[in-house]
Ligand binder design. Structure first.
Ligand code: ADP
Ligand code: ADP
Length: 226
């Protein structure tokens, strides 16, 4: 089955804004997939629905063939989410942030510590494991968000504008971490408004504008059209 299958998804907010006007897309397992579009296109709404933070108005979303509406908790166990804002406790240490997060998902402490070391190493944060998170650089904080999402070993990792507003050096460090995660078999979907980011990372992409997919396909063939 597809890692993600979205069928005719619609969302109208209470204020009448039609954020999604019938979005369909398929993401194959192992893919690195970009959802590219300007501000207000509907990217966060789509991510919000996939991760069960926003209610859909109509349509269907399946994650590895599990309907997120009918089997919400089963679907959520397959997903990792990296939200746009930094939302960890700045007064905790990276190691504790990861271990506590795993504990919240019922992962035994000994296993959580093993996983935390692996994820902190992968995000090049192992030497910062015992520092106060507040003192990490912007790029390190962002990579910590990614490491934390990986603690539950999601099959599909979703990132909402992971590099919005960060400089190119920070972006490159995050790209490296994301490539490593994808190479180890995790399907990745990210939203971005940087074409350069999609071009650098992704095999397939969809371009979204005003709540509709306006183009989709392999990165190469879309680049040839632009
Ligand atoms: P993007 O992530 O691509 O910037 P969003 O999904 O955030 O796009 O927004 C899509 C549209 O929905 C925009 O017009 C936005 O103003 C509107 N919108 C987003 N969230 C809400 C909300 N909670 N209530 C009402 N309108 C919203
Ligand atoms: P957008 O482009 O969608 O407006 P921003 O780039 O302004 O998003 O940032 C989203 C959030 O992430 C903001 O709350 C911002 O303060 C925070 N943020 C972004 N980059 C960093 C960073 N390097 N260090 C700390 N916080 C950051």
């Amino acid at each position: 089955p597809a890692a993600l299958s979205v069928r005719d998804l619609r969302k109208t907010y209470d204020n009448g804004v039609e954020a999604l006007k019938g979005v369909s897309l398929d993401v194959v397992p192992g893919d690195f997939y970009a959802l590219l579009g300007p501000n207000g296109a509907g990217k966060s709404t789509l991510i919000g629905i996939i991760s069960s933070l926003v209610n859909k108005t109509a349509g269907e979303v399946r994650v590895f063939d599990v309907d997120i509406h009918a089997e919400r908790s089963r679907a959520m166990r397959l997903l990792g989410l990296v939200p746009q804002e930094l939302n960890f406790n700045m007064f905790e240490k990276p190691l504790d942030i990861l271990v506590n997060y795993a504990g919240f998902y019922g992962i035994p402490r000994a296993e959580a510590i093993v996983r935390a070391e692996a994820e902190l190493r992968s995000a090049q944060l192992w030497d910062k494991a015992q520092m106060m998170s507040r003192t990490l650089s912007g790029g390190m904080k962002r990579r910590l968000m990614i490491a934390r999402a990986m603690m539950t070993r999601p099959r599909l990792l979703i990132l909402d504008e992971p590099t919005a507003g960060v400089d190119i050096e920070i972006r490159r460090g995050m790209w490296q971490t994301l490539r490593r995660i994808n190479a180890s078999g995790t399907t990745i979907i990210l939203t971005t408004h940087y074409l350069e980011e999609a071009e650098n990372l992704c095999r397939n992409l969809a371009i979204i504008d005003h709540g509709r997919i306006v183009e989709s396909g392999p990165m190469r063939s879309l680049l040839a059209k632009l």
